[in-house]
Design a protein. Structure first.
Length: 215
């Protein structure tokens, strides 16, 4: 269950496969779409929303498998990029977009598919190249963890071996975190990073998908 502030409304857009894509909408002014990274949801933007909403109508997207959005039984980079196009064109252009990490990489691809983006701000897009030897080692292990349903193990392995998060940090998101609405794992802004929906079939696939995109 997501928390909706008194000044927010939840607006849904329908993806090409029928999945409902939810945005928390507030503020007044030109439309601004906010697209979070893999280990987050719309709450990633909470620290900056009050200032942004003085000048923009903000649409804080929950990418599929999180919060206000639905999910499907499969995942692909292409499908999520198309989700962003669906939301942008549903809002009605021109739309400004601010995106982080995997959300930034997806938004860059979305920008090649629509003319409804006015300005695009990408923060730490997930486009770092990794040596083939590392990918050949990590990808089979991530797939094995995903297929075994060990999403905690997948996230921890990704954080330790790909993102290079200090050793003790991933342990805060240890087994059992998926049963809660959010983990206690904190990063730069100090805001908590919620898990994807515990029942989401694609939860955890963003990590392996990110690595696939680094080949």
């Amino acid at each position: 269950m997501i928390k909706v502030e008194p000044d927010q409304v939840v607006k849904h857009f329908t993806a090409s496969d029928g999945v409902q894509l939810g945005c928390l909408v507030a503020g007044k002014g030109r439309p601004l779409l906010l697209v979070h990274g893999t280990a987050a949801d719309h709450q990633r933007w909470n620290p900056v929303l009050p200032e942004l909403q003085k000048r923009f109508t903000t649409y804080a997207l929950d990418r599929r498998g999180r919060g206000a959005s639905g999910d499907s039984s499969d995942w692909s980079f292409d499908r999520e990029a198309e989700d962003i196009v669906t939301v942008i064109e549903g809002i009605g252009g021109p739309v400004d977009v601010v995106a982080h990490s995997m959300g930034a990489a997806l938004s860059m691809e979305a920008a090649t598919r629509t003319s409804a983006i006015r300005r695009l701000v990408l923060y730490e897009p997930a486009l770092v190249g990794l040596p083939a030897a590392i990918l050949d080692d990590i990808l089979p292990r991530l797939r094995e963890l995903l297929e075994a349903g060990d999403r905690d193990g997948l996230v921890q392995t990704f954080m330790l071996e790909v993102a290079k998060v200090p050793g003790k940090a991933p342990s805060l998101a240890h087994a059992g975190a998926r049963a809660r609405s959010r983990t206690g794992l904190s990063f730069r802004t100090g805001a908590r990073w919620p898990d994807p929906r515990p029942d989401a079939p694609t939860a955890g696939r963003g990590q392996s998908g990110t690595c696939e995109g680094w080949r």
